[in-house]
Design a binder for this molecule. Structure first.
Ligand code: FPP
Length: 165
């Protein structure tokens, strides 16, 4: 079987699954978070090199405060755990998304996890936190603009693109 080098998963259905069991949505998130570890192990065993998990979108901030805070707490617990297990699992971690919108504590944890796990050569787990298509387009345009400028193109030439920023 040909194994893809990179696989991406959008976490979805946690709430509906918990509801079907008569449990609160947050229970679904808790089990979903636990499943990430099992999925990583399976992906690594299959020979997948990059696994991307879309965990928390910019839209997710609109959820009730208690649900957002449960999600942030689960993410924090998971990242803390990964700092301890990355050596055992030979796993590298990269976090994508707009981290500037996250708490200082979470930002520091992300820096630490990326740093301590950067030497490992097995599965790379990319976790998308505070991700959104609008934000990705904005950053892509900024990157394109910077590239044009470094190539000596004028601001007028990129102005049209900047209107989308
Ligand atoms: C979608 O389910 C799931 C989310 C919006 C959040 C998923 C994130 C976590 C569980 C945090 C932990 C993450 C990691 C990487 C450890 P939903 O609530 O949209 O479900 P529904 O579609 O059934 O309503």
């Amino acid at each position: 079987m040909a194994v893809p080098e990179s696989v991406a998963i959008i976490m979805d259905g946690n709430g509906r699954w918990a509801k079907s069991l008569g449990k609160p949505r947050t229970y679904g998130h808790k089990v979903g978070a636990e499943n990430v570890e099992k999925i990583c192990r399976a992906a690594d065993a299959l020979g997948i090199k990059y696994l991307t998990i879309y965990a928390f979108s910019t839209e997710n901030w609109k959820r009730p405060e208690s649900e957002v805070s449960t999600l942030m707490s689960l993410i924090k617990t998971y990242l803390n755990r990964c700092i301890k297990t990355c050596k055992r699992d030979n796993m590298r971690f990269r976090i994508i998304g707009d981290r500037s919108g996250l708490s200082k504590e979470l930002q520091d944890l992300i820096v630490k996890l990326e740093d301590v796990s950067s030497i490992y050569t097995g599965l790379t787990l990319v976790i998308a936190i505070n991700y959104g298509s609008r934000d990705e387009m904005r950053r892509a345009f900024i990157k394109t603009g910077k590239k044009f400028l470094s190539e000596g193109k004028s601001l007028d030439e990129i102005k049209e693109k900047e209107e989308f920023v």
